[in-house]
Ligand binder design. Structure first.
Ligand SMILES: Nc1ncnc2c1ncn2[C@@H]1O[C@H](COP(=O)(O)OP(=O)(O)O)[C@@H](O)[C@H]1O
Ligand code: SF4
Ligand SMILES: [Mg+2]
Length: 324
């Protein structure tokens, strides 16, 4: 396999939660708790899990938009874990993010041309106005927008079009890695496939690596070569998409998959209902974080010992004491 584009080891991000009078009592919120993951050039790795399990935090720490508490991040072999802002600046353009809500991430007072052009200018990628104009037109065409859209403002566009603008802005700096943080969750179903297809075409053309975040396994399955399933800050299963679909090993993955409709009713999976809510990362259950919701949890083991992520098949890893 190629050298990883992005490689993280033991990545951890704790926020501080303050409570009590004057916030004197401090407790860690373990949003991301020791994650290992690689993304290769041209590859999409899906990251899936319920809301609040740490997906966005993970994506932001990988991009060094947040500082990690522990662990390491490498980009194309270079350790960027502790680089300061000045040292990070030239690397920023290679690592971009596309947000769930394209509207809140676009400046309402800037035209599309200014929004896309700004990113290119900041990174010194265009020599003059004429070149900038030409490249903006080029990018708009690439994401399926028309040249006259350049002079319009974000509020003049639909949700799907705004997401295209967000993608054009991310592409403007010719990145090699993009964190797609729930890029289609806020869009109408009819538009979702268009954006997914667009991201796929751009990946093929430009050889981009994606970390594709979603709370919906259906979406992630569609786009990813490999999938990491996250639960309360930890990866509980990592596998090639097809293997995860065919042979999910972790009880949590099985529960997520059982909620996905299968086209053939004869093959319908027994529906596993996930009982209870996701526990708070302020008070994660001891041992396997999933044990209070797990139908096969073994007392004395699952509630005491943290299951390590271990290999169980070709490229397939699971963190469960009982999986085989
Ligand atoms: N800036 C922050 N300060 C404190 N807690 C945070 C912050 N950002 C996220 N969290 C907490 O970290 C956990 C993970 O959040 P997040 O990464 O947004 O999850 P997801 O994207 O999977 O929904 C949540 O409990 C959230 O409340
Ligand atoms: S380690 Fe135990 S509690 Fe956790 S998923 Fe496996 S069986 Fe369930
Ligand atoms: Mg999120």
């Amino acid at each position: 396999m190629s050298e990883p584009l992005v490689s993280v080891e033991g990545l951890t991000k704790h926020f501080v939660h303050r409570e009590g009078p004057f916030g004197v009592r401090k407790r860690p919120i373990k949003a991301v708790d020791g994650v290992d993951l690689e993304v290769h050039p041209g590859e999409t790795v899906g990251l899936v899990g319920e809301s609040g399990c740490g997906k966005s935090t993970f994506g932001r720490v990988v991009l060094r938009l947040l500082d990690p508490t522990a662990g390491s991040i490498r980009f194309e072999g270079q350790d960027i874990t502790r680089l300061d802002a000045a040292a990070l600046r030239p690397l920023r353009r290679h690592m971009q993010i596309i947000f769930q809500d394209p509207y809140s991430s676009l400046n309402p007072r800037m035209t599309v041309r200014a929004t896309i052009g700004e990113a290119m200018r900041i990174h010194g990628l265009v020599a003059d106005d004429a070149e900038e104009e030409a490249r903006v037109a080029d990018l708009l065409a690439k994401v399926g927008l028309r040249p006259e859209h350049a002079s319009r403002y974000p509020h003049e566009f639909s949700g799907g079009q705004r997401q295209r603008i967000g993608i054009a802005r991310a592409l403007a700096v010719r990145p090699r890695f993009i964190v797609c943080d729930e890029p289609i969750s806020a869009l109408d179903v009819s538009i979702q496939a268009q954006i997914v297809n667009l991201l796929g075409e751009l990946q093929d053309e430009l050889g981009l690596g994606y970390l594709f975040i979603a709370h919906d396994l259906k979406v992630v399955e569609l786009v990813s070569r490999r999938i990491a399933v996250m639960y309360l800050g930890r990866v509980v299963e990592l596998a090639p998409s097809a293997a995860l679909h065919r042979e999910p090993k972790h009880p949590y993955t099985r529960a997520l998959l059982s909620a996905v409709p299968v086209p053939d009713p004869k093959r319908e999976r027994a529906r596993i209902v996930l009982e209870g809510d996701v526990p708070s990362p302020l008070d994660p259950p001891p041992g396997c974080h999933f044990h209070p919701r797990c139908a096969i949890a073994k007392r004395g083991l699952c509630d005491r010992e943290v299951p390590a992520l271990r290999a169980i098949g070709e490229g397939h890893q699971v963190a469960c004491h009982l999986a085989e």
